[in-house]
Design a protein around this ligand. Structure first.
Ligand code: NDP
Length: 453
């Protein structure tokens, strides 16, 4: 049997890679993990964590307005971008160090270098200029923002990667896209007082979400001051003395200090030497894997965003756990990608699990739909017009709740709990048997009696 330097070599120290490395090392395997940038990956360094902290910051502007109805006078409220940016980066550094410490504690060798395949069992470390060998390799390199080449002057735009590090907060920003990142950053920037324009190629933002959710969020963003330009794309970004001139395909021009692209993310497989190892990828570069995250090469696995299955941190972590169970604990495990709840931290935030109404109708013909929209009690006193939307999709025969869609404050918190009931396959009658918690917005989920369709 050949003697390898490591039993497992993980490329990429993001959520999935770190979890797999630590758990594999805990079984006694000799594990190394390589990271070319900072330990923690997209979620910790330039995604979920810093994004959510910016969302919290952006909520204060509305909270200050709401405070008045409760008798508070908030004077002299001022926002300082540099303080927020630096505090967020300090927290990111703390978490990155904690990830590193946990890898050390588990006995994983952390290699701060870019690794690429130099053969099926051989990795070349670019900074160190040396090769190492491994019995198994796990590709967990994540994704990167997609930058369409057809936009002239695209080099003048930023992506979410740079948004966390801006020297100054722009006064006006144009955000291209209508997905998770576009909606979340439109929420952040407009909440921080930036004049925000969203340019989306479709008629409605958030493709893939329930139609009621899409319409509701689009209206709310517009109502709270985000300018929406729909059925349009950016064709050119040109610097001007003071900022940028953004030209759309329809000829329209917008002046802004900054343009941000949020046009999807692509799997990070460029220059990884996959051809040296014979690993197959899809047209978009995603590594092709089976249910156990195994590639077409027996000893090479891939998980997380690089596989383009479901680009969500908790999914990458569960895929990592399943990988270690399968490979190192002799317990073949495949993560079930059904009924994974997701949240968009927009204004208002969204929480969803299971099928949309349209998906359910396509699959079952008829479905029962229960929905409500109301102004939560806090908003009434505050004089805030933001509403809550709740929608349950119920299977026509089994009467199981197969989809839950919530928009409104705390929707991401609510959907985590609702996801347990959906995953467990509980029926609408079982939801209804559950006694309400009063006064909450969430109680409406167990009080919906009238079918809307
Ligand atoms: P999304 O796939 O969510 O959205 C991409 C957007 O860009 C869509 O509106 C799409 O339009 C549009 N688009 C794509 N290509 C073009 C183009 N060439 N010209 C014009 N518009 C274009 O991507 P994001 O970048 O927002 O996020 C990537 C992924 O990261 C998400 O899908 C999600 O899995 C994950 N994520 C999760 C978060 C969370 O859990 N809260 C937060 C952020 C990201 P169309 O709809 O017409 O295709």
């Amino acid at each position: 049997m050949p003697d390898y330097d490591f039993d497992l070599f993980v490329i990429g120290a993001g959520s999935g890679g770190v979890r797999a490395a630590r758990l594999a090392a805990q079984t006694g395997a000799r594990v190394a993990i390589a990271e070319e940038y900072r330990i923690g990956g997209t979620c910790v360094i330039r995604g979920c964590v810093p994004k959510k902290l910016l969302v919290y910051a952006s909520e204060f502007s509305q909270n200050f307005k709401d405070a008045k109805g409760f008798g508070w006078t908030v004077e002299w409220a001022r926002f300082d971008w540099a303080s927020l940016r630096d505090n967020v980066q300090a927290e990111v550094s703390r978490l990155s160090a904690a990830y590193r410490a946990n890898l050390d504690k588990a006995g994983v060798e952390t290699i701060e270098d870019r690794a690429r395949f130099a053969g099926p069992n051989k990795l070349y470390l670019e900074k160190a200029k040396r090769a190492v060998t491994a019995k198994r390799v796990l590709i967990a390199t994540g994704g990167r923002p997609t930058i369409p080449g057809e936009i002239k002057g695209v080099e003048h735009a930023i992506t979410s990667n740079e948004a966390f590090h801006l020297e100054d907060l722009p006064k006006q920003i144009v955000i291209a896209g209508g997905g998770y990142i576009a909606v979340e950053f439109a929420t952040i920037f407009s909440g921080l007082g930036v004049e925000t324009t969203l340019v989306h190629r479709g008629e409605h933002i958030l493709r893939g979400f329930d139609e009621d959710v899409r319409a509701f969020v689009q209206n709310e963003l517009a109502r709270t001051g985000v300018r929406m330009i729909l059925n349009a794309t950016i064709s050119q970004i040109a610097p001007t003395g003071a900022g940028q001139l953004v030209t759309l395909g329809n000829g329209m021009r917008i002046e802004a200090d900054q343009t941000m692209l949020a046009l999807g993310r692509s799997p990070n497989t460029q220059a990884l030497g996959l051809e040296e190892a014979g690993v197959h990828v899809r047209e978009n570069g995603a590594v092709i894997v089976d249910a156990h995250s195994k590639t077409n090469v027996d000893h090479i696995y891939a998980l997380g965003d690089v596989t383009d299955r479901m680009a969500l941190t908790p999914v990458a972590i569960r895929e990592a756990v399943a990988f270690v169970e399968t490979v190192y604990k002799n317990n073949p495990t495949a993560f079930d990608h059904h009924d994974v709840a997701t949240a968009v931290f927009g204004r208002p935030p969204i929480g969803c699990v299971g099928m949309t109404e349209a998906e359910a109708r396509r699959q079952f013909g008829h479905v029962d739909v229960y929905k409500t929209s109301f102004r939560p009690m806090k908003h009434i006193l505050a004089g805030n017009d933001e509403r809550v939307l709740m929608k349950l999709i119920v299977h026509p025969v089994s009467h199981k709740v197969i989809g839950v869609h919530i928009v409104g404050r705390d929707a991401p918190e609510m959907i985590q709990i609702a996801a347990i009931a959906v995953k467990a396959g509980l029926t609408k009658a079982q939801w209804d048997e559950t006694c309400a918690v009063h006064p909450t917005a969430a109680e409406e989920l167990v009080l919906l009696r009238e079918k809307s369709a």
